[in-house]
Design a protein around this ligand. Structure first.
Ligand SMILES: C[S@@+](CC[C@H](N)C(=O)[O-])C[C@H]1O[C@@H](n2cnc3c(N)ncnc32)[C@H](O)[C@@H]1O
Length: 253
């Protein structure tokens, strides 16, 4: 199966669950996105890997015309339905991958992506496309799970992520994000990180992780060192903390 289909099937089967998931539906980062959209007086915004549409709703609330973009048709149908329920008439949807954007140059004032880029097959290609469709005065916001700079924690994270969800590719380190952004013509203007507590049973439920893979994760967690246990604040029920970043950047030229 092609990676693109793997991603689409992984998420398409859980669209409704992503709409109600508290990890995805809540977060001060969504309020911050609404404030940023308002402060920038943003007219046109693009939500890349919109999923159930939480970032799209956050930007649309501030008055921007939002294009919600995703590989999964089920997610886009859900966004259309939910936008109508919320009375948000300024959201349109478009199917596609982040690596090839079907939009004209300089179409958007703001491009945001939240909890999606770790599934992208080619982040540098996607950043090149984002740079092309973003106005030279525009803003990019990347919100995503990040890996620690320490290889021990990095390897453990990617192992657990790919066992939890076979479409996982990589949670990048902030240093990797900074290097990719710089190479694609972006300068980071704001960056902060926080931790997100993950309840293990809900995390595997939304990902529809098979029993075999849940057992594999339990086994991985059972054998980690004290350092790993402390870093991820690993609990008896296998709940753990994820590191999240907000990277805000502007085109350099
Ligand atoms: C965790 S979900 C949605 C997150 C959503 N942005 C939120 O904040 O709740 C990740 C989404 O990214 C989409 N996605 C993954 N890889 C993609 C790609 N290469 N291009 C576009 N969308 C992609 C998936 O289809 C999925 O809907």
């Amino acid at each position: 199966m092609k990676q693109r289909r793997l991603v689409s099937e992984q998420f398409g089967g859980s669209a409704q669950a992503y709409l109600s998931s508290s990890v995805h539906a809540n977060g001060t980062d969504l309020q911050r996105l609404t404030e940023l959209t308002r402060n920038l007086a943003c007219q046109q915004a693009l939500d890349l890997g919109c999923g159930a549409g939480h970032s799209s709703f956050a930007m649309a609330k501030a008055g921007a015309a939002v294009t919600a973009y995703d590989l999964s048709p089920q997610m886009l149908s859900l966004v259309e339905h939910e936008a109508a329920q919320r009375g948000l008439t300024n959201i349109t949807t478009q199917l596609g991958g982040a690596e090839h954007l079907p939009f004209a140059e300089a179409s958007f004032d703001l491009v945001a992506t939240r909890f999606s880029a770790h599934h992208w097959s080619n982040v540098p290609a996607a950043l090149g496309e984002i740079r092309r469709v973003l106005k030279s005065t525009g803003t990019l916001v990347v919100i995503d799970v990040i890996a620690a700079e320490n290889p021990l924690f990095d390897t453990l994270l990617q192992t657990v992520e790919v066992l939890g969800d076979p479409s996982h590719i990589r949670d990048y380190r902030v240093s990797e994000w900074r290097a990719m952004l710089q190479a694609s013509g972006f300068a980071v203007s704001e960056n902060n990180n926080w931790t997100l507590p993950i309840e293990f049973a809900s995390w595997t439920a939304i990902k529809r992780t098979s029993d075999l893979r849940v057992e594999a994760i339990r086994d991985v967690f059972a054998k980690v060192s004290d350092e790993v246990r402390q870093y991820f604040k690993l609990q008896a029920d296998n709940s753990f903390d994820l590191d999240i970043t907000w990277l805000q950047a502007k085109p350099t030229v």
